[in-house]
Design a protein around this ligand. Structure first.
Ligand code: FES
Ligand SMILES: [Fe+2]
Length: 341
């Protein structure tokens, strides 16, 4: 079972980075809802991407001053969707009934979050910052935006899945020939689920060899509805922290906005960022490829028909959160298992 896009609408999701909203309107589809983002008086605004006059896409228009102007007849709307100008009508006219639909929007730490649930629905509390290294001077942190052609759950599962790197990223992240027995502690509460892999070894993939010394634990976390986190910890604390916020655009496309942190060392941040971009760009392309092919094959059969083992640690919990959307209905859970990693 995958969550319907409509059921996810009453949640905050990341639409883009703040830096992506420039002088031109930025179209996005969030949970099947086409929206347009633009800047008005320096602040980011979001409207449903449909002009109320003849339904042209506002995103194909332009931003003039603090207004977004429709490309068809030039109606212009402010950040709240109020129509401020209808060319040809006397300037003094008010146009309260010609409003475009506003979308709730919030800018936090370089990311733009939107709420495409019905406007009358009360927004949930703004999601807490799950990336603990944001603003922590002991870490270099940067943002990364990507897309993948897959369903939300398959994308989240891919990020948190410990058993695919041996094949999908063979040599780069892990090696299939060199497995070790590892204990795994899984713990779930109303906020999310985490799996702690007790690795206690020097990783043998090329990337972790370059970046880390001895790895004590690798931790995968999921916070519903769409945040996944990886943390690799050495004797001195976190060596690598990745928090990815997944946003479904439609049933087959997800936006992935990631915060990536590594401990501050000798290398300047810009150099580290370009090395990490090159290295993780390769891993990301491999994951994008495997996810797209998985989705294409699922579609060839008209739907998914999965089978799992205890190695698929996260999937049952991802499904649990879908089936228990209310925090009050969720129960705590903990278990341990061993696997060859
Ligand atoms: S369709 Fe937008 S102004 Fe006419
Ligand atoms: Fe991967």
């Amino acid at each position: 079972m995958t969550p319907s896009l409509a059921s996810l609408r009453p949640h905050w999701f990341v639409a883009c980075t703040a830096a992506a909203v420039g002088a031109r309107p930025l179209p996005r589809t969030i949970l099947g809802v086409p929206i347009v983002l633009f800047r008005a008086a320096g602040k980011i605004a979001a409207l449903i991407d449909r002009c109320p006059h003849r339904n042209a896409a506002l995103s194909q228009g332009r931003v003039t001053g603090d207004l977004i102007e429709c490309p068809y007849h030039g109606w212009a709307f402010d950040a709240g969707g109020v129509c401020r100008r209808i060319p040809g009508l006397p300037a003094a006219c008010e146009h309260p009934h010609q409003a475009a639909e506003a979308v709730r929007v919030a800018e936090r730490e370089g990311l733009v979050w939107v709420w495409v649930g019905k406007n009358e629905a009360t927004p949930e509390a703004f999601p807490p910052n799950r990336h603990v290294a944001l603003g922590d001077l002991r870490f270099d942190t940067f943002l990364w935006a990507a897309t993948a052609q897959c369903a939300l759950l398959d994308g989240v599962e891919n990020l948190l899945d410990a058993c695919h790197p041996h094949f999908a990223h063979a040599g780069l992240v892990r090696r299939a020939q060199k497995r070790r027995t590892v204990g795994v502690n899984v713990r779930r509460d109303a906020e999310g689920v985490e799996a702690i892999y007790q690795e206690n070894a020097r990783p043998d993939g090329l990337i972790p060899r370059l970046m880390e010394g001895r790895r004590q634990t690798s931790i995968g976390r999921f916070f519903p509805p769409g945040t996944a986190q990886l943390e690799y910890t050495g004797p001195a604390g976190p060596q690598f922290l990745l928090t990815s916020m997944f946003t479904p655009c439609d049933e087959r496309t997800v936006l992935i906005h990631s915060c990536i942190s590594t401990p501050r060392k000798m290398a300047p941040a810009w150099l580290k960022k370009s090395v990490l971009r090159a290295v993780f760009g390769r891993v990301l392309r491999q994951d994008q490829d495997v996810l797209r092919r998985q989705q294409e094959n699922i579609d060839r059969f008209g739907g998914a028909k999965f089978t799992s083992t205890p190695l698929d640690v996260m999937r049952p919990h991802l499904l649990y959160f879908i089936n228990h959307p209310e925090k009050a209905d969720r129960s705590d859970y903990a278990t341990t298992l061993t696997m060859e990693l």
